[in-house]
Design a protein around this ligand. Structure first.
Ligand code: TRP
Length: 345
């Protein structure tokens, strides 16, 4: 058996994606979208950002709502600053090469690798016999999303690290078994987001801000208007103590820590600077300051989102153009894999 080739020397490429399930919120923005925009604006990367509607059907879903959910996610990407002229924005299902490569990878990945995936265990719940086979093989499709562009870097949250390891395992195994000494696929690196990456619920500092939380007050949605943003921050859960003077004082105070973290992420200040300013003051003083910062930062994103979402023609044009550009990169890679694996024709 030959050694695993590691000498991949293709272009530096970024790919990431989000599911079109529910309204995107501040957690998605600070945890992912802000970073996508930074990578795009850095100029050194060829960026592909997809809406993963094929992943969305691994769980029960309403077919009548899926197309608008895809448009809504795309509008949120654009309103957040992903520029369709600089980055390729598209729906995963519009580029059949993802599915083609996913099948090949289903035959490269081992059952044992997938059985270790914690996200499957969480999503399948107790009755895993009833989970779709697609949910089980979800990380293989994710690897195909990435490797069909030979993406070298993937900006994701901490919770996706295990899926990225699987992606590398698949690339390494394919290269070793079929590459004839060449690194056909790169060993993709995750780009894990910095501070502010983990935004917690406004109602419970111990759980992540989430679109599936029943309380709308737990999150700031990317389509909330200025008044709603300010109201949700004023209602946010806190403790009765004043803010501490230093970061150590935030330990064991999840709600306070979360609000200071959001302030830091939105202003680019460090937590230490913020506490130097607000230490000793109560939330009666800090919340209005945070609300002001949040409104100033988020209201333009929300305005742009609400404008775009009414312009279906424009979003569809962007998604079609994105799909064409994505297909032009992805299909040759799928064809290369077909050839290497020995398919006819
Ligand atoms: N699994 C990712 C999530 O839950 C979404 C996703 C699908 C993705 N394909 C991807 C992320 C490819 C990065 C790259 O967030």
């Amino acid at each position: 058996m030959s050694d695993t080739p590691t000498d991949y020397s293709g272009p530096q490429r970024v790919l990431s994606g989000m599911q079109p399930t529910g309204q995107l919120h501040l957690g998605n923005y600070l945890g992912a979208l802000k970073n996508w925009v930074a990578l795009q604006d850095d100029g050194a990367w060829d960026c592909f950002y997809c809406v993963v509607d094929m992943h969305a059907i691994t769980m029960p879903h309403d077919p009548a709502k899926l197309p608008d959910a895809v448009r809504s996610a795309a509008a949120a990407y654009i309103a957040s600053g992903v520029d369709p002229e600089k980055s390729t924005i598209f729906a995963q299902s519009a580029v059949p090469a993802h599915a083609e490569l996913a099948w090949i990878f289903n035959c490269v990945a081992r059952l044992g690798w997938l059985e270790r995936m914690t996200q499957f265990k969480d999503k399948a719940g107790k009755d895993k016999e009833r989970a779709s086979v697609g949910l089980f093989t979800y990380p293989v499709l994710q690897a195909a999303d990435i490797l069909v562009y030979k993406a070298t870097h993937v900006p994701v949250g901490e919770d996706q690290k295990q899926h990225l390891e699987l992606c590398r395992d698949i690339a390494a195994r394919f290269n070793r078994d079929y590459g004839k000494g060449e690194a056909v696929f790169p060993l993709t690196e995750p780009v894990i987001q910095g501070p502010g990456a983990r935004v917690m619920s406004l109602r419970d500092g111990a759980s992540k801000m989430s679109k599936s939380d029943v309380s709308d007050n737990s999150r700031i949605n990317l389509d909330d208007d200025a008044d709603t943003i300010a109201r949700k921050i004023k209602k946010a859960k806190t403790d009765p103590e004043p803010l501490p003077d230093s970061e150590d004082g935030l330990a064991d105070r999840p709600e306070a820590s979360n609000l200071v973290g959001i302030y830091a992420a939105l202003t680019g200040k460090t937590k230490a600077d913020i506490l130097a300013e607000f230490g000793g003051q109560g939330f009666g003083a800090f919340k209005p300051a945070l609300a002001e910062v949040a409104v100033e930062y988020l209201a333009p994103i929300s305005d742009e989102y609400r404008r775009l979402i009414t312009d279906t023609t424009e979003i569809d044009r962007i998604l079609r153009q994105g799909a064409e550009r994505a297909q032009a990169v992805a299909q040759p890679v799928a064809d290369e894999a077909r050839k290497i694996i020995g398919f006819w024709g």
